[in-house]
Design a protein around this ligand. Structure first.
Ligand code: ZN
Ligand code: ZN
Ligand code: ZN
Length: 361
């Protein structure tokens, strides 16, 4: 990992008039150090103080994994033994701390203990420091997202051969999990929504048996070199059910409109409206039941939120999904999802699979 991120975080801690940033296991820790620490009852904590070099406290039994991640090259590694009190250790090293920020994912069991051990400190949300850093991607991060997008595109290319009448969503899900595992380092999620199950956006997989004429929503994602993929396409077994082709056409148009709206200076809410207005005009407004997209990076869902009313201004380097959907309960659903990056003068789409409805023979 680069020192850069830790240096920028430290500068942001100083700018926010904080004494230190405390980061527990989770995406913030991965972002800052590359260390994919397990979230355990034993405390793991990265401390980024303004007045000292950063240090990473880990339980001794995790020391080897922390070193293997390279985290010890950018922060001093401190291993605590089973009989040590890690909370006291942190408090002792931050004497007189007045203002501390904690990462969103630091468990309350640790936050509350730190608050009692440091009664003179005020605790703030670490997001003030980390959100602005994480939502603008560097060229390296965009390359990593593009590689992840390419990996998930290759899995989507295999979907038609997996879908056939008589197979269950769970069986297809198992095959997809295997293929995501082959192209990524980790499988994040697998959604196979067949027939009426496609009308529930976060339906994962179930025992439903696919039938001829089913529409199937496949939304899959994994992690490659620390960065997430997330892509949705729609498939039909044989001829589409009544109305589905037209609905899908509306969605393609909505997706295109939102992508074309992306450029620095527009608001996130404007991008949402670009997709939503197409769907509304086609009479499906009430059936588009979620935001148009979410930021993506070391985490599947992060800032910026592409949602109605969000005044967040899009800047070059922001990466997010464009995923309008239309859901008709008890019938079917559809969603088209790609990851895009705002560039200096427009937008770059990272996913390349055709967005049209794929008819599986
Ligand atoms: Zn989602
Ligand atoms: Zn998705
Ligand atoms: Zn998504």
């Amino acid at each position: 990992m680069d020192h850069d991120r830790l240096d920028r975080a430290r500068a942001a801690v100083a700018d926010a008039a904080l004494d230190a940033l405390l980061v527990g296991p989770g995406p913030d820790l991965r972002y800052l150090t590359g260390y994919h620490a397990p979230a355990l009852e034993r405390l793991t904590l990265l401390v980024v103080p303004v007045a000292q070099d950063p240090w990473l406290l880990v339980p001794a039994l995790e020391g080897a994994r922390a070193r293997a991640s390279g985290a010890d090259r950018i922060a001093e590694l401190i291993e605590w033994d089973e009989t040590d009190d890690p909370i006291a250790l942190v408090a002792d090293r931050l004497p007189g701390a007045g203002a501390l920020a904690v990462s969103d994912r630091l468990w309350s069991v640790f936050t509350l203990a730190l608050q009692s051990a440091l009664p003179g400190a005020r605790f703030h949300s670490g997001s003030i420091v980390l959100r602005p850093l994480r939502r603008i991607k560097s060229a390296d991060e965009i390359d990593a997202l593009a590689a992840a997008a390419d990996a998930i595109d290759r899995v989507h290319a295999d979907v038609p051969e997996l879908l056939s009448p008589g197979r269950t969503e769970t069986e297809i899900g198992r095959d997809l999990t295997e293929r995501i595992g082959e192209t990524h380092d980790e499988v994040n999620f697998v959604i196979v929504g067949s027939g009426p199950n496609g009308a529930s956006p976060h339906h994962e997989t179930g025992s439903r048996v696919l039938q001829a004429g089913d529409a199937v929503v496949v939304d899959i994602g994994g992690m490659l070199a620390g960065y997430c993929s997330d892509a949705t396409r729609n498939y039909v077994l044989g001829s589409p059910p009544p109305g589905y082709g037209a609905l899908h056409g509306v969605l393609e148009q909505a997706h295109r409109a939102a992508v074309e709206a992306v450029r620095p200076g527009v608001r996130a809410g404007d991008v949402d409206e670009a997709a939503r207005s197409v769907i509304r005009d086609a009479g499906y407004g009430a059936a588009f039941i979620h935001r148009t997209g979410h930021g993506i990076g070391v985490e599947e869902h992060e800032e910026p939120w592409i949602v109605a009313g969000n005044d967040q201004v899009i800047e070059a380097g922001m990466a997010f999904s464009i995923e309008p959907g239309i859901y008709l309960p008890e019938r079917y659903g559809a969603r088209i999802e790609d990851i895009v990056v705002a560039t200096d003068d427009g937008v770059r789409i990272l996913n390349q699979r055709p967005r049209t409805l794929t008819i599986c023979a």
